[in-house]
Design a protein around this ligand. Structure first.
Ligand SMILES: CC(C)(COP(=O)(O)OP(=O)(O)OC[C@H]1O[C@@H](n2cnc3c(N)ncnc32)[C@H](O)[C@@H]1OP(=O)(O)O)[C@@H](O)C(=O)NCCC(=O)NCCS
Length: 149
């Protein structure tokens, strides 16, 4: 496995998302989304993208961990752990005093993130996490590829 701090190509990102059951996005959306990241980490085996994580934000005060995904064929092998070590290393280097570093875990994934220094809200200085309910819903997906995210 080769870990790099390079984003995937749009085509790789589209393919990995689809393999993870997150649905299909178009190339322009993938390109724009990838370019907006403050930090990305990719994991490849034999030039195939098998893992990806990235952080959105300003790179100094505000950070949002947006994606952590391992190809379903490669889960359970310590690769998610490797991605998260790269991500927390980035936080430790880049975040200035008073920085806010957040994520929104999918149900059941909280304990995965607790291994890496995250705590559930409300805790510490924060109240409940919140999200905007009027965001557009995801496109319907092919049910054969859907897995709980
Ligand atoms: C979550 C995910 C990234 C973990 O990757 P992985 O390569 O399977 O994880 P690892 O093999 O590195 O596991 C590292 C540790 O985390 C634990 N872990 C793995 N998945 C977990 C989960 N869903 N919940 C809690 N703990 C988990 C493992 O048991 C392991 O602990 P151990 O070392 O004590 O055995 C992967 O399952 C995935 O891509 N899931 C779908 C996408 C997703 O849910 N992303 C998070 C969205 S919030």
């Amino acid at each position: 496995m080769v870990l790099s701090e390079q984003p995937p190509t749009p085509a790789e990102f589209i393919d990995l998302r689809a393999r993870a059951g997150w649905g299909r996005i178009d190339e322009a959306t993938a390109r724009r989304s990838l370019q907006a990241a403050a930090f990305s980490v990719s994991l490849r085996r034999d030039d195939r993208l098998v893992g990806f994580a990235r952080v959105m934000g300003d790179g100094v005060l505000y950070f949002y961990l947006a994606d952590v995904v391992i190809d379903p064929e490669f889960r359970g092998g310590g690769h998610g752990d490797a991605l998260m070590r790269a991500i927390t290393g980035y936080f430790d280097r880049a975040a200035l005093p008073g920085a806010t570093i957040t994520l929104v875990a999918m149900p059941g994934r909280e304990s995965f993130y607790e291994r890496f220094g995250f705590v559930r809200c409300p805790n510490g200085p924060f109240g409940d996490g919140m999200h905007y309910t009027r965001a557009p819903a995801p496109e319907p997906m092919d049910s054969s590829t859907v897995e709980a995210r």
